[in-house]
Design a protein around this ligand. Structure first.
Ligand code: AMP
Ligand code: GLY
Length: 432
């Protein structure tokens, strides 16, 4: 049973059917990618734990996989686990690593785990004001809860002076924000380190970079992710290998500390790291796969996610077979996504896209008759793969011919120029 209706869940379900499993899927939207491969799709709100439980009781799944974070914080994993279902996802308690950013920061501090970032949380504007006035570094403002990656404001990008940042913080509190974090601004390139975890057993997957900003050349508002690249086990060319190794040890320590505190972690997880001059710093933990990062790694895995997670849950540590390939994902989104999205109708020529060598993953769209209705979120992910960037990028050429409607996508994701720019930026940063 696969819970959630985005591109990541379409990728999870595709991976599951690759080892001849029957899929029951649950999502609030009519996701054609899920519907097409499911034995049965249930159009049910994935955050409604009673409704999800009643579907589970009907279909009696051998394994439950949960894609997004909201069902975790709403107790969907808890209720299914308590009723004896085999769930490869964390309890809401363990998912606190993601659902409360201040919990993660304090947890790392109290366990002396490296990679933490100076961070202070505030429930009162005057206290925040005092703190910010005393800072001698640039900062970011973060809401404490789940914001779908869209709530973080970075000095130098989204506001410039302390005063501007403070006036934004003041408005956020006035508009009902309960808790706001002020964090040191990190400078570097980001990478996502995903893993499969069962208590103290952890299997790391190849690192991925998610292009988070809405605009070309990494400008504009933060989004849930506009697309992503992976070079499989070779690692990202612009991230030092030693940083990935340190990141693994940070994640391992967090998992061990969770275990020792009586809240062991089960399920996919990922660390969002910034590779800085002072080594990798942990921006956040997500208690799930990344979206789009899951699309990259699940396509690189020869083993299905079902086989890998069942083996792990039976106490084995399976060695995964990972393809030696590069892959690039680009998300098609509504115009204005990241600030003020304007959903449109889309029509897709799947045959044309497949002939171009693109793999299609449907996300937050609703199939209605012969068209797709966009929502305010991401619509369709397209994956191209190969042995070199030169072979991969042309596969996206002409995709507009096969997708009718109003939409936007970043044309720079995975290009040689974007990778060169990141290489140069990191080389300058690390030698400065
Ligand atoms: P989060 O919601 O914590 O994943 O943050 C979303 C995005 O905001 C990250 O992927 C970064 O691009 C950016 N960000 C978050 N925290 C920081 C930080 N301390 N310094 C610089 N950028 C950050
Ligand atoms: N790619 C960002 C996320 O899944 O939160």
């Amino acid at each position: 049973m696969v819970i959630g209706g985005g591109g990541r869940e379409n990728a999870i379900a595709l991976s599951a059917v690759s080892s001849n499993n029957s899929i029951y899927s649950i999502s609030h939207n009519n996701n054609p990618g899920l519907i097409g491969i499911s034995k049965r799709h249930f159009k049910v709100n994935e955050n409604d734990k009673e409704a999800v439980l009643s579907v589970a009781k009907r279909v009696k799944p051998d394994l439950v996989l949960i894609g997004p974070e909201d069902p975790l914080s709403n107790g969907v994993s808890d209720i299914l686990i308590s009723q004896g279902f085999k769930v490869f996802a964390p309890t809401s308690k363990a998912a606190k690593l993601e659902t409360s950013k201040s919990f993660l920061r304090n947890f790392m501090k109290s366990h002396y785990i490296d990679g933490n970032v100076e961070s202070q949380s505030f429930t009162d504007f005057n206290e925040l004001n005092k703190w910010v006035m005393g800072l001698d570094y640039e900062f970011v403002l973060k809401p404490d809860g789940l914001t779908g990656g869209k709530g973080v404001l970075v000095q130098g990008n989204h506001f410039y002076t302390k005063e501007e940042g403070l006036s934004i913080a003041k408005k956020l509190f006035e508009n009902g924000m309960n808790k706001l974090l002020v964090e040191r601004k990190l400078i570097g390139e980001e990478f996502s380190l995903q893993a499969l975890v069962y208590y103290d057993k952890i299997i790391f997957l190849p690192v991925v970079q998610d292009y988070k900003r809405a605009g070309e050349n990494d400008t504009g508002p933060n989004t849930g992710g506009m697309g992503s690249i992976s070079f499989s086990e070779s690692g990202l060319p612009f991230i030092p290998k030693s940083h990935v190794e340190t990141a693994k040890s940070i994640m391992r320590k967090i998992m061990e500390a969770m275990h020792s505190e009586g809240t062991p972690y089960v399920g996919p997880i990922y660390g969002q790291f910034m590779s800085t001059k002072l080594g990798p710093k942990l921006i956040e933990i997500n208690a799930r796969f990344g979206d789009p990062e899951a699309i990259n790694v699940l396509d690189l895995m020869d083993d299905s996610i079902v086989d890998a997670s069942i083996k792990l849950m039976e106490g084995n540590t399976p060695t995964l077979n990972i393809k030696n390939q590069i892959n690039v994902v680009r998300y098609i989104v509504p115009i204005g996504y990241g600030s003020d999205p304007k959903p449109s109708k889309l029509k897709i020529d799947e045959v044309y896209l497949r002939r171009k060598g693109l793999k299609i993953f449907y996300a937050s769209v609703d199939k209605k008759g012969n068209y797709l209705q966009q929502t305010r979120s991401r619509s369709i992910a397209l994956l191209a793969k190969g042995d070199s960037i030169n072979e991969i990028i042309p596969k996206f050429d002409g995709m507009e011919n096969a997708i009718a409607g109003n939409y936007y996508y970043r044309r720079d994701i995975g290009t040689f120029e974007s990778i060169e720019r990141k290489n140069k930026f990191m080389k300058d940063l690390l030698s400065s």
